[in-house]
Design a protein around this ligand. Structure first.
Ligand code: KG4
Ligand code: ZN
Length: 342
């Protein structure tokens, strides 16, 4: 089945054409980052307007790249949540219009389910079960993925998402937005052991996270320097901050794998592009006999290929959404287990 995927949950307008849920025929992501940069974060109203401008050109481009027309498309998959409601509605409206005009089946996809299953676009032999971490600017969610569509929700951040902490620390140091990739690059020349920022592990039996404490510790540290931070010092600060965040993420993923008695872990979401996280996860998992799978960096960040891939699975099963499909800004994923705060 050839599925057109559409993703507009935050500040990327994305479309992709995926064959049989595994093969990416084309994948286009139009980033709005330049329009949000000066505000230091995503401005929902601007995001919605930019989606309106970009969505049709992006869909035309993705079809052109795949050398297809809408007549070749057999199903439409669109992100229905979680995300910014105004942004989600743009993708959903266009998806519904195409589905109606071309008489195609439509499926609304959970953005988190998309991230969790992105890996199957590259690792087609990977078998369930595994522990899955979705770590991005909006989420730090840990799951026991038993099978496609069968997710136990283990825990999430109680305050800032990990990517949000990267973005806020970059802002504190005046490094630019979004901060994750900038810090990742800068930290390579810094000393990660220079400053011992706190690792909030919460309780050992909880899979919740907290990143606002690390961010505040960085703020206090910067204040104590009285504006006297040279470039080398800034590199040490971001390297030490990154190390603290990475330590927490790796520790929790390993703990979760042990608790769920699985020997595989999958990471996804924008922060999974972080080079130190990928490196440390690989080292730690080898010690613990856990196999780790992380998508290529371009598939870690928001994209529509992951939405088309999950959409294909449900459409093949005959599961579709009605043309009354609506956006759901706080759409949850999975069964919630006992020790989570949510
Ligand atoms: O998954 P994503 O594209 O969008 C959301 O759903 O949030 O993730 C964006 C987040 C931003 O906070 C960004 O700073 C972070 O992912 N990010 C990174 C890296 N690349 C993107 N964080 C750390 N290291 C990176 N290399
Ligand atoms: Zn995302």
């Amino acid at each position: 089945m050839i599925v057109l995927g559409i993703e507009s949950s935050c500040d990327e307008t994305a479309a992709a054409v995926v064959k049989d849920g595994k093969k990416i025929l084309s994948n286009v992501v139009s980033s709005q980052v330049d329009f949000h940069k000066k505000y230091g974060g995503v401005v929902p109203e601007i995001a919605s307007r930019k989606h309106v401008e970009s969505i049709v050109p992006v869909i035309k481009e993705v079809l052109g790249e795949a050398k297809l027309t809408l007549d070749n498309i057999e199903g439409i998959a669109v992100t229905r949540g979680p995300g910014l409601v105004g942004s989600l509605l743009i993708g959903i409206s266009v998806a519904k219009s195409i589905a109606y005009a071309k008489n195609l089946p439509l499926i609304g996809v959970n953005h988190l389910e998309g991230h969790l299953n992105t890996i199957f676009l590259e690792e087609t032999d990977l078998e369930f079960p595994f522990v899955g971490l979705v770590v991005s600017g909006g989420h730090t969610n840990l799951y026991h993925v038993r099978a496609m569509g069968d997710y136990d929700f283990l825990g999430q951040t109680r305050d800032d998402a990990a990517g949000e902490a990267f973005d806020k620390v970059a802002k504190l140091l005046g490094l630019g937005y979004p901060g994750g990739a900038i810090i990742d690059k800068m930290a390579k020349d810094g000393n990660a052991a220079a400053i011992n920022f706190p690792r909030a592990i919460i309780a050992k039996d909880s899979f919740d996270f907290s990143f606002s404490g690390i961010k505040t510790a960085v703020l206090h540290y910067i204040k104590r320097q009285d504006g006297d931070i040279n470039n080398g010092h800034a590199k040490d600060i971001v390297a030490s901050f990154q190390e603290a965040v990475v330590d927490v993420l790796v520790t929790k993923v390993v703990q979760a794998a042990k608790r769920c008695k699985v020997d595989k872990a999958v990471l996804a979401g924008g922060v999974a592009a972080n080079s130190r996280l990928r490196e440390k996860m690989a080292i730690q998992s080898e010690k613990e006999d856990i196999e780790v799978f992380i998508p290529s960096t371009y598939l870690c960040t928001d994209n529509a290929a992951m939405i088309a891939s999950v959409g294909d699975y449900y459409l093949e099963k005959g599961i579709t959404s009605p043309l009354t499909l609506n956006a759901s800004s706080r759409l949850p994923l999975g069964k919630r287990l006992g020790n989570s705060t949510t």
